[in-house]
Design a protein around this ligand. Structure first.
Ligand SMILES: *[C@@H]1O[C@H](CO)[C@@H](O)[C@H](O)[C@H]1NC(C)=O
Ligand SMILES: *[C@@H]1O[C@H](CO)[C@@H](O)[C@H](O)[C@H]1NC(C)=O
Ligand SMILES: *[C@@H]1O[C@H](CO)[C@@H](O)[C@H](O)[C@H]1NC(C)=O
Ligand SMILES: *[C@@H]1O[C@H](CO)[C@@H](O)[C@H](O)[C@H]1NC(C)=O
Ligand SMILES: *[C@@H]1O[C@H](CO)[C@@H](O)[C@H](O)[C@H]1NC(C)=O
Ligand SMILES: [Zn+2]
Length: 944
């Protein structure tokens, strides 16, 4: 699955309580443990699933947007004396249940009064055999269930859901699709809905005759008319987990791009109006598939006879994309690229997300984590190859380097709180399962693999993956299976000897958090003393006695080598010493930041790094500059280094214009700046100082792209100008205004890579008409990526009438359910003052908003986000309102907590405003002095 839903590159949306179950339907079983897991006493071998969907115009005896279902499961009993069967279901209604011996068809008698029970709290269906009747261990039975399912109103409920789009003539078209990951097959058919159970599947769909061909995991085997329907029977799937099953039933979805190679078929499917937007996805998909086939030495198309590789774009979709075998589904903007409309960031995501989903074919589909406690075994691998497989196909995207910013640093950020969790983390309920599809499983999982690759060498790493894939294909796996494969390959390896790789891997998998390496350099003796401890972002967190096995790389001023990434030391104790020659100028640990740790140095080494960076930042590798910027912000925040020192170290950002230095800088500065929003005086001073940092990079990048420029330069401009305009950097505002005016008055096209800040700046300064024109332009767009850019821009208006109208629109079909909670956030990101207007609307309409965003977790997110942008007056207003209406607002506590945390964050800023401003000022003047000296001394040299 791919999240990447929420703002910025926040990954997958966490979907808590993502089940279409009314809470008052719950039946509590007080006598049973709170266990949602199936017993392992049955082995589901094969399913036949037959589905008959009803859309708007259902026959009199059917409900619109439901389906009739029949599932027949061939099940082997693997325990003695079973007198009941438990499987999972969360369908609308169970009509009948019957059981027979598969080979003979002889019925097995069920309890007459109580043949089956629906245990709704746990989504169990228990089938009760008659008294004295038991299943024979080893025998295969056939369980047949006739049921009715829901076609849910929005994709956010997952399961089988309806999506819609309007064609050129404004006609609304409905379609039905499925999103069964991670715990939602049970909504499509009663099933063994856990990743560890694998079976083969035959899917049969009885579609309305006027609909187009249904798409499913496998090719269509046969189809024929039956009444006013067409029966479509698909080929048998590979042995797989139930959550990877899918079907897509629509009037007119079609193939918009096709490699026309039946043996190795690769096709892009979409609504017909998206014709022409599938070329980029088709250009990258087949080479990525080839790259992965070579890397793993297992061909995709031989995974099952007649395997196809379809990618379908769904206008409505809960996450970024989902790796259904043979038919990957993407949110439209993650697959469709329109030249001149889609920006480079979204284009890049099409490539990387394709790589992510295709990598799942080996890690996720062929091998599946046995249970979601190890979801990193699916998502960590897919995230790693998301970058490295796409890098194998297009080097110009610099994905090997970008990985450090997008995954390694984001892992350091999400894994730094006291309540973070380990990669392997016990989960049980559906809410816990979806919660573990989190940053840790993706970013730390992927970073762990990168660290392993450099530690062991790529040959060993690759051989271990191949061994693991051969061992566990078509089965499930636990981390120990992976450790075993690595242990065998490490024992054959030259690069690493005497390493207990199983213990190494286990520690990283089972321990939450990661270390900071404290480095103390004695320049007189050359002795480097190292000490590791758990890094917490909070300065007041309790230390732990965790000790990570830490592969170390470093380089020094004397013998600078940025390209030797092989660790020569494995630190296995809390302290460690390395003896180097005396007279070192400086050292840097974690070369190119391939290891999961932060580094803190003694003051002298930091000072020397500051000097060398200031004299010429190119002395330090761009990824270590990225590391230094990211570490320095984190070390200042956690009070491990003083602000004055930290800002002195990163003062080189006033000359450095690299994407790699600036990406972490923007988030570091933004975090601090957000703590001063309530202090106008401080904010103005902070912004003035920030503008000085921005001068060089903005001047270097310019306000328009140049044809043929380096890809990361385009990305850098995208992020820098969004940031600069957002904080009111004068040059950015005037240039964006000029571009916006030309667009508005003369319809001059705005480069898609500049639209985010140009549109936002224009609407922020504009009036109701500017907003209204942008809304019309959005409604006429045929490209979802561009629509989302405009949705974001609509939130930038400050016109109160426009805001009110926009808020109303967010609750209608005009904004898709999947975009609604972001649409609220765009309003305050665009203009902070809008939070107070949103609060008034929220107070009037909170029940409608709750319904519109569908998921409880999204609604709670809306509440927390408003609070985080309100000023003190707004917070008081919100608090009073919550207290007065406490009994009507189940989310009362969420609101009160969000208010408290907003106040804490303000207090944090208030307490440190003076310190931070003077440090930011001071660092510049101190640096000015030392660079002046440096320049003078250089001139002296030159004049000699
Ligand atoms: C179940 O019975 C059917 C019909 O006899 C047969 O085709 C199928 O192979 C059997 N399945 C298993 C798993 O034994
Ligand atoms: C059905 O189950 C009940 C207990 O739930 C039991 O008392 C009864 O004897 C069973 N009936 C048959 C026909 O097995
Ligand atoms: C790839 O797999 C084949 C068997 O399918 C094997 O003979 C070959 O050695 C493998 N190649 C590598 C590089 O592992
Ligand atoms: C390292 O560089 C310093 C300064 O240039 C020099 O004094 C020292 O001898 C060098 N050490 C080694 C081992 O090269
Ligand atoms: C905006 O930037 C472009 C390209 O850098 C430049 O040609 C144009 O003159 C600028 N306009 C203003 C008002 O700064
Ligand atoms: Zn994934």
């Amino acid at each position: 699955m791919l999240k990447w839903l929420v703002l910025i590159p926040a990954l997958l949306a966490t979907v808590v309580g993502d089940v279409p179950l009314d809470s008052n339907e719950l039946v509590t079983r007080n006598d049973e443990p709170l266990d949602y897991r199936l017993p392992e006493d049955l082995d589901p071998i094969h399913y036949d699933v037959e589905v008959t969907p009803y859309f708007e115009e259902a026959p009199a005896d059917k409900e619109p947007f439901t389906f009739d279902g029949v599932v027949t499961i061939a099940i082997r009993a693997v325990k003695d004396n079973l007198n009941s069967l438990i499987i999972q279901e969360n369908v609308r209604d169970i009509i009948s249940v019957s059981l027979s011996i598969n080979s003979t068809g002889v019925p097995v008698l069920l309890n007459q009064t109580n043949p089956f029970e629906r245990i709704r709290q746990f989504f169990f269906l228990r089938v009760n055999l008659a008294d004295g009747v038991t299943l024979e261990n080893g025998e295969v039975y056939s369980l047949r269930i006739v049921y009715i399912g829901n076609i849910n109103e929005t994709p956010l409920s997952r399961g089988v859901f309806r999506g819609s789009y309007r064609d050129r003539n404004g006609k609304l078209h409905w379609y039905a699709a499925t999103h069964l990951q991670p715990v939602n097959s049970r909504q499509a058919f009663p099933s063994f809905d856990e990743p560890g159970f694998k079976s083969t599947f035959n899917i049969i769909v009885n579609r309305p005759a006027h609909f187009g061909e249904t798409y499913s995991n496998m090719r269509l085997r046969e189809s024929y008319p039956e009444g006013d329907r067409v029966k479509e029977i698909f080929h048998t799937t590979p042995r797989m987990s139930a959550y990877l099953i899918t079907f897509h039933i629509s009037e007119e979805f079609t193939v918009i791009a096709d490699n026309k190679n039946y043996q190795e078929s690769y096709r892009i499917l979409a609504r017909p109006e998206a014709q022409g937007q599938g070329e980029y996805a088709l250009e990258v998909g087949p080479p990525i598939t080839k790259w992965l086939e070579n890397y793993f030495n297992i061909s995709y198309y031989s995974m099952e006879e007649g395997m196809k590789n379809d990618q379908i774009a769904s206008p409505d979709w809960a996450s970024g994309a989902t790796e259904n075998w043979g038919l990957v589904t993407y949110r439209e903007l993650r697959l469709l690229y329109e030249e001149g409309e889609t920006n480079s960031v979204d284009k890049l995501n099409i490539g990387t997300i394709t790589a992510h989903e295709l990598a799942h074919k080996w890690f996720g589909n062929l091998i599946t984590c046995k249970w979601w406690e190890n979801v990193w075994m699916n998502e960590g691998f897919a995230s790693y190859f998301e970058y490295f497989a796409m890098d194998g196909v297009d080097k110009s995207l610099e994905l090997e380097d970008q990985f450090i910013l997008m995954y390694l640093q984001s892992s350091l950020s999400s894994d730094a709180s006291a309540n973070t969790r380990a990669l392997r983390h016990t989960v049980n309920s559906p809410a816990q399962v979806t919660g573990h599809f989190s940053g840790i499983s993706y970013s730390k999982g992927a970073s762990f693999l990168l660290m392993l690759k450099h530690f062991l060498g790529e040959d060993t790493f690759k051989a271990a993956l191949q061994r693991f894939l051969i061992d566990r294909s078509y089965e499930n796996a636990i981390p120990e299976d992976l450790y075993r494969a690595f242990a065998i390959e490490v024992s054959n390896s030259q690069q690493v000897t005497n390493v207990d790789i199983e213990a190494f891997m286990q520690y990283w998998v089972d321990e939450p958090g990661y270390p900071v390496l404290n480095v103390d350099v004695n320049t007189n003796t050359g002795l480097i003393s190292l000490k590791q401890e758990r890094f917490f972002i909070s300065a007041t967190a309790e230390p732990t006695d965790q000790v990570w096995p830490l592969p170390l790389t470093f380089t020094t001023s004397n013998n600078t080598n940025w390209n030797d990434l092989t660790p020569r030391h494995l630190m296995t104790d809390q302290t460690y010493e390395i003896q180097l020659e005396p007279g070192l100028e400086w050292v840097i640990f974690n070369v190119q930041q391939k290891g999961i740790y932060r580094v803190n140095y003694d003051t002298q080494n930091w000072e020397r790094l500051a000097t060398v960076l200031k004299s010429d930042y190119n002395n330090i590798h761009h990824l270590n500059r990225a590391q230094i910027v990211d570490d320095v912000f984190a070390l200042m925040r956690s009070e491990r280094i003083p602000y004055l020192l930290g800002f002195r170290v990163i003062d080189f950002l006033k000359e450095d214009t690299s994407f790699y230095s600036w990406y972490p800088a923007i988030s570091g500065f933004n975090w601090l700046r957000n703590r001063f929003l309530h202090l106008p005086g401080t904010l103005a001073q902070f912004d003035d100082l920030l503008y000085q940092f921005l001068d060089a990079v903005v001047q270097d990048l310019g306000y328009v792209g140049q044809p043929g420029e380096r890809f990361t330069r385009t990305l850098n401009r995208f992020h820098i100008l969004s940031f600069a305009c957002n904080i009111g950097y004068p040059g950015c505002l005037s240039n964006a205004t000029e571009q916006y005016n030309a667009f508005k008055t003369a319809n001059v096209n705005v480069d898609p890579n500049l639209r985010r800040h140009v549109f936002c700046t224009g609407l922020r300064q504009g009036d109701y008409d500017d907003w209204s024109n942008m809304r019309t332009r959005r409604l006429n767009s045929n490209n979802q990526a561009d629509e989302v850019v405009m949705l974001r821009a609509l939130g930038c208006t400050k016109d109160e009438r426009a805001i009110r109208e926009h808020l109303e629109n967010i609750l209608t079909e005009e904004v898709k359910a999947q975009d609604r909670s972001n649409a609220f956030t765009f309003l305050y990101m665009g203009s902070q003052e809008n939070a107070n207007v949103v609060l008034q609307f929220f107070k009037e309409r909170f029940d409608d908003i709750r319904r519109a965003v569908v998921l409880q977790s999204s609604f709670e997110g809306v509440i927390s986000n408003i609070a985080s942008y309100l000023n003190e007056e707004g917070l008081n207003d919100m608090e009073n309102w919550l207290r007065e209406n406490q009994s009507n607002i189940p989310e009362y506590n969420v609101g009160i907590n969000a208010i408290a945390s907003a106040r804490n964050s303000m207090q944090w800023g208030t307490d440190r405003a003076e310190l931070i401003i003077s440090a930011l000022r001071g660092s510049a003047s101190v640096m000015m002095l030392s660079t002046t000296l440096l320049i003078i001394s250089l001139m002296i040299v030159m004049f000699r």
